[in-house]
Ligand binder design. Sequence first.
Ligand code: PGA
Length: 250
Amino acid sequence: MRSYFIAGNWKMHKTVPESVALAKELVAGLRGCGEKLLVAPAFTALAAVAEVVKGTNILLGAQNMGPEEQGAHTGEVSVLMLKDLGVKVVILGHSERRHSYGEGDELINKKVLLALRHGLEPILCVGETLEEREGGRLEAIVGSQVERGLAGVSAEALKNVTIAYEPVWAIGTGKTATPEDADAVHAYIRKVLARLYGEAAAKAVCIQYGGSVKADNAVQLMAKPNIDGALVGGASLKADAFVPIARFRA
Ligand code: PGA
């Protein structure tokens, strides 16, 4: 049976004590859960949360990182610093980074390659805006975000990459893509991956869905053949909302 990758993106929420408290609740609530589990707290809480999740079935993730290893880059956090704290996964190209902070595919690709070079698993986020969807550009946008985000990634390294399909209009809005719509885009992403890496490699890539995932839509989403997990924002901020998503099979 395949295991799903369920990730919580805490975004710019929670102080250190609040993060530690949530992480402790998740450790207790998710003990024995067989899915691949991740929490991505704010940078400031990574060290404290690392202590809580150490030795458990929950991996530690970061929400972003700088495109360089080190140097004069005020305000950036380096891959080396993340590794130092026990971070295993890094979310890259989130739509909030793309749209609020002007990150483009080239910069995101640089981060993807850097993460892979240092043994971190990137979650590469892609997704169209409502305007792009309504203008019939969904496939062109998502396809090029995938292709450009993965430029220079070898077939071997692709095994460590997760793609998160997050339609921008569904993030934090309460609007979810229907499971059928989401699955169709995931299938399209797999088609793009197959063109770049071959069928077998494309089939093996984990593609998460993100955008207003909740306990009550998780089962239907995960039932779809091309949906391999979830990247959860709002509903990851409370244990009683996140645990049932991760335990959607129960
Ligand atoms: P949401 O966020 O679950 O609050 O819609 C998802 C995300 O941005 O990763």
